[in-house]
Structure formats: C-alpha cells, structure tokens
Ligand binder design. Structure first.
Ligand code: SF4
Length: 337
C-alpha cells in the first residue's frame, strides 16, 4: 500500500495487541490511510457466541467463525482458596477432526476446516479477556487440546504460537504453551527443528499397538505406530532436551489393567517424561466409560512403583457439556436440525 514499513508494526499492535476490529479505531494512523484500509481490507475475527460456566469455574466459549461453523475454547481456572494459581485456555486448531479416535466427541464430527493462525489467536485473546473479567488476571497457560489435531494444521499452529507469544500480541511465554498431538511422527520431528520452544504432550491412551490401534486409527499406519512414535520422540528429545507429557485417558476395562500400567511405564521411559492420567468424561453414544476410582488408584500405585512421575487430571466442567468438542458438536446438531 506504499506505506512505510513501521505502519505494519502499528497495524500489528492494533489488531493483535489491542484487539481492534475497525480501522477507524487506529488513531495513530493517518486518517487518509485508515480510509484506504477500510475501503480495501477487512479485519476478520472469531466471535464468542455463547458462554457456559461450570460450577467449578470452568468457562466454555462457543466461537463462531466467518464460515458460520463453530469451534470451542475453554478457560480452566486453578484455584487455591480465592487465589488463582493458573488460568489455562484450551484452544481448538480445527473444526472437527479427521483422526476419528473412538472415544472422542469431536472425532464423531469428521473434519470440516483448518483454522487460520488468526482464528486460533482469537480464541486465546477471547479467553484472556474472559479470564481478566472473571479472575482479575490474564492467561497463564495455553494448551492445544481442543477440537482437532494441531500437527495436521501445522503452519497455522506454529504461526499462532508466534502471534500469541509476540510481546505486541499476548506476550505469553512459549514455554507456557503446550501442543498436544496424537503422535504424528514426522511432524513431531519438524516441531523439534522449529525455532519455537513450546511444550509437547502426546495422547498415548494405550501402551501397545494392538490396544492403541483399536481405539486410535492413527496407530494403524506404520508411519505413525508406536515404534515410529518412539523414534520421533527420541529425536525430539535429542533436539530440544525437553521432557514431554504422555496423556493417558483411563477407560473402564479397556486400558486400565495392571499389565497396561506396566506397559505404560515402559513406554514412558523412552525419553524423560511424565504421565498425566485423565478421568474420562463419557460421551453420549460412545461405548466407553470412566475407570472406577479404586481401579485408577491401583493403576497410579503401579506406575509410581515402576518409577513413573504421574499426575491425575480430574475432569473439569462436567456440568457444561464436558468432553472436548461436545459444545460444538451439540451446536452442529442444532444447526442441522
Ligand atoms: S481425541 Fe483429538 S485427535 Fe482424536 S479425534 Fe478427538 S480431537 Fe481428534
């Protein structure tokens, strides 16, 4: 537009830093330039259309994209009394997801579209704003654990990390951003070579090829089975020296035996890591249920005995369409009705 390059920085600060949605708000730009922008450009943003607040403080926001489709983002406060320890946003990277994990609400939707870096950023900004209003502070962490497989939308996810961490964007440290993947081996290696420093979480959910392939179709291909995943993670650790997290959702009678715990302990020793056990929120129509508490405790004890660092994530927001993707799934069904 034949403007000096610093105008680009000014626009960046208005759009990503201040959340401006109209050029006329950008008062440090010459009026004539603002008018030219308004005539020829458009600022698109994902809009929060609906918020649900759980009794435990979790907030789910349904966001409408330009396409008319919806994604969800979730704000998860962790409190100690009245003190907010952490304010974590869980963001989506795709509308729907092609990975078809058998236990997942989003997996039932199929794949609809990849989000742009800006649309991912919009979710983070909206959650930051909601955290400010409800908790009196901004986000402390972001996890890519909403709808979609982030590494299938690789370029946009990496770009959104840069936008979120830019001091003129949200200014959140990359070390407070976690990318969670089902384990796309080749892309884990790309991520290892990227000049960003996010955390990595791998959704393992079963410790052997046989069990994993039964619930996660991604594991059925040789390029993404457990041995490919192991090789990619060893590469990742060699390049980054960063420990990772294995996410493991416990399903009653599926992956919660003593043998599963021992197999999981073995897998967790591939590289320095911790295991995060997740209590499943059952999804209507899917044949999985949550492991009972005493069985989970036994599973935890076994892992600890085998030298594994374990954390347990209790389900949050159970009263507000709990599992990932459920809010958007129910909205989609209503759209279709
Ligand atoms: S668990 Fe994640 S990767 Fe699997 S279908 Fe659901 S959103 Fe996709």
């Amino acid at each position: 537009m034949r403007e000096p390059s610093y105008r680009g920085q000014q626009l960046f600060e208005w759009i990503y830093g201040k959340g401006a949605t109209r050029f006329e708000e950008m008062t440090n730009l010459p009026k004539e330039f603002r008018e030219r922008l308004a005539d020829t450009k458009r600022i698109s943003s994902a809009i929060v259309e609906n918020q649900q607040v759980s009794s435990d403080g979790t907030v789910k926001a349904l966001m409408r994209l330009e396409s008319g489709r919806h994604v969800e983002a979730v704000l998860i406060p962790e409190m100690e009394g009245d003190r907010v320890l952490r304010a974590t946003a869980c963001v989506s990277s795709q509308v729907g997801c092609p990975m078809a994990c058998a236990f997942c609400a989003t997996g039932t939707m199929g794949f609809h579209e990849n989000l742009s870096a800006g649309q991912i950023f919009d979710q983070a900004r909206a959650m930051d704003q909601i955290a400010g209003e409800r908790l009196g502070r901004g986000l402390s962490n972001i996890v890519f654990m909403g709808m979609g497989e982030p590494l299938l939308n690789y370029a946009s996810v990496v770009r959104s990390v840069r936008l979120i961490s830019d001091p003129a964007g949200l200014g959140l440290s990359q070390r407070r951003i976690t990318i969670s993947t089902v384990g796309l081996a080749r892309r884990i290696k790309h991520l290892a070579d990227e000049d960003i420093h996010t955390r990595l979480a791998v959704s393992l959910h079963a410790p052997t090829d046989e069990k994993r392939s039964a619930i996660m179709p991604v594991n059925r291909a040789a390029r993404t089975d457990l041995s490919a995943l192991k090789e990619a993670l060893v590469y990742y650790y060699r390049q980054t020296s960063e420990p990772i997290t294995f996410e493991y959702c416990l399903f009653d009678g599926v992956n919660d035996t003593d043998q599963d715990a021992s197999d999981l302990a073995l897998a967790s020793k591939w590289i320095p890591s911790k295991v995060n056990l997740i209590m499943y929120n059952p999804v209507a129509g899917l044949p999985f249920s949550r492991t009972r508490d005493e069985r989970m405790n036994r599973f935890v004890r076994r892992l600890v005995k085998e030298g594994v660092t374990v954390t347990v994530r209790r389900s949050r927001g159970q009263d507000i369409d709990a599992a990932c993707g459920q809010l958007a799934v129910s909205e989609t069904h209503e759209d279709q009705a």
